[in-house]
Design a protein around this ligand. Structure first.
Ligand SMILES: Nc1ncnc2c1ncn2[C@@H]1O[C@H](COP(=O)(O)OP(=O)(O)O)[C@@H](O)[C@H]1O
Ligand SMILES: [Mg+2]
Length: 257
């Protein structure tokens, strides 16, 4: 499967590879020997208690955070320290955060065209066309001329997804994309993510939405205290968790929701 929104992978190897990744915040060992390969078209859901290092893991993949030890490669290329090469490789990694992070004083259309024009040197007319296709794709094309504040949270988050897709990333990272949304808007964002997954997008998703994990994940990774404690198919993980930490995590979810 190949999506129109996804750049061709070139290496034939994993799209994302973390090997022996360690990171500390002072005395806190926030990422403890992380080894993780995500292959093309795979949807990996990362679960784990608050503070287990899930966001930090996402941020290192995009080099928003440095690592102390180990290597991170995107489609076979090591993340450069800085400069133009970093900007190029970062364009391969689309990121959607809990807070939508849209530019408040730019229209929805401009929010989506900015990256392709500034980073990829795309002509405005071409960028507008691409952006309108993507806004159509996430169901908010009729909002293109508005400012972010005029949209609901669910609509803004779908714009954030369109904006990330406009760079034709090789992988999309989602860090709790529905956590800041009112309940009635969660599904419209999850549905967009499910259809992206079905189109073959390579995705790494941190979420507390177990329904999404069950429906869309090829693999669930459970993190605790900076380590990958367990990984399995969603079916295996939810019905037969192996570690005490995972059992405890799942039992709390069942009682709280
Ligand atoms: N910039 C930072 N400086 C110091 N500690 C941090 C920083 N960012 C996160 N942490 C700590 O690292 C741990 C993991 O955080 P995070 O990756 O946000 O976890 P999660 O996303 O799983 O909730 C937490 O204990 C958090 O307080
Ligand atoms: Mg987090």
């Amino acid at each position: 499967m190949n999506s129109d929104h996804q750049a061709e992978a070139s290496s034939g190897g994993p799209i994302v590879r973390l090997a022996g990744v360690n990171k500390h915040y002072g005395a806190l060992h926030v990422l403890n020997n992380i080894n993780l390969d995500v292959v093309k078209g795979e949807v990996v859901v990362i679960l784990g208690p608050s503070g287990s290092g899930k966001s930090t893991l996402c941020r290192t993949i995009n080099r928003l955070e440095t690592i102390d030890e180990g290597t991170i490669t995107i489609d076979g290329k090591t993340l450069p320290e800085e400069g133009k090469a970093l900007a190029r490789l970062r364009a391969d990694v689309g990121m959607v955060f809990q807070s939508f992070n849209l530019f408040a004083h730019k229209t929805i259309l401009e929010n989506v065209t900015l990256g392709p024009i500034k980073v990829k040197g795309m002509k405005k007319s071409e960028a507008d066309k691409l952006a309108m296709q993507l806004l159509e794709r996430v169901g908010v094309a009729n909002q293109a001329a508005k400012l972010p504040a005029q949209l609901s949270g669910g609509q803004q988050q779908r714009v954030a997804i369109a904006r990330a897709l406009a760079m034709k990333p090789k992988v999309m990272l989602f860090d709790e994309p529905t956590s800041a949304l009112d309940p009635e808007m969660i599904n419209e964002v999850l549905d967009t993510m499910v259809s992206l997954a079905r189109e073959g997008m390579t995705m790494l998703v941190v979420t507390h939405e177990m329904g999404f994990a069950r429906k869309a994940a090829d693999r669930v990774i459970f993190m605790a205290d900076g380590q990958i404690v367990e990984q399995a198919t969603p079916e295996e993980f939810f019905t037969n968790p192996q570690s005490a930490r995972a059992k405890d995590f799942l039992s709390k979810l069942i009682t709280n929701h």
